[in-house]
Design a protein around this ligand. Structure first.
Ligand code: V0V
Ligand code: CO
Length: 144
């Protein structure tokens, strides 16, 4: 059998209206700690990564996402569905190779090439219509 394309759950992305309030909730309720915060203009978000555990090829996190404006992926999601799980980010060993394999398999790619993600990772999204309604992100962690 070939080795799995996905090697860990890197993060669960959660859409929220107020990043500071959501961070406070995850810190006080679950005892998590912020590993990094960033404004990503290209993705239209202010986000924070809260460390959960070490995992093969990286770690796993909760990613809290506040939109920079209504006309962004997370802004539209909040309007349509409200706060909640927005996407799952999976670890991969080689993101460009994974994208090329998935494209050959007929999976609809949102990103043909990897882009800049949180904590210095390379990221790329697969369309939810190709993945059973789940917005799916590939993540190659920095230094891996
Ligand atoms: C929209 N849809 C979703 C969805 N967002 N389905 C599952 N999960 C989501 N998060 C469905 C929606 O219900 C519609 O289905 C259809 O897709 C079209 O929705 P729309 O509101 O018209 O939105 P679009 O088509 O303008 O954009 C949807 C996509 C967009 C997925 C293409 O959100 C996108 O490009 N996302 C990738 C970038 C992203 O999400 N960045 C923020 C995270 P029906 O009604 O037609 O059935 S940034 C991040 O994670 C970072 C930086 C990181 O991890 O490092
Ligand atoms: Co993400």
């Amino acid at each position: 059998m070939s080795s799995p394309l996905l090697t860990r759950i890197d993060h669960v992305g959660i859409a929220c209206r107020n990043l500071d309030a959501s961070i406070e909730f995850y810190e006080t309720t679950f005892g998590l700690t912020v590993a990094g915060r960033e404004t990503n203009e290209a993705q239209g978000v202010k986000e924070a990564m809260l460390y959960v555990a070490d995992a093969p090829g990286g770690a796993s996190y909760v990613q809290l996402l506040e939109p920079l404006s209504p006309d962004t992926p997370v802004g539209k999601f909040l309007d349509n569905r409200g706060e909640g799980v927005h996407h799952i980010g999976y670890g991969v060993v080689d993101i460009e190779a994974a994208l090329s394999q998935l494209k050959d398999d007929g999976i609809r790619l949102i990103d043909e090439r990897s882009r800049h993600g949180s904590l210095g990772a390379a990221i790329a999204f697969l369309h939810p219509k190709s993945v059973g309604g789940v917005l799916t992100e590939l993540v190659q962690a920095a230094g891996h």
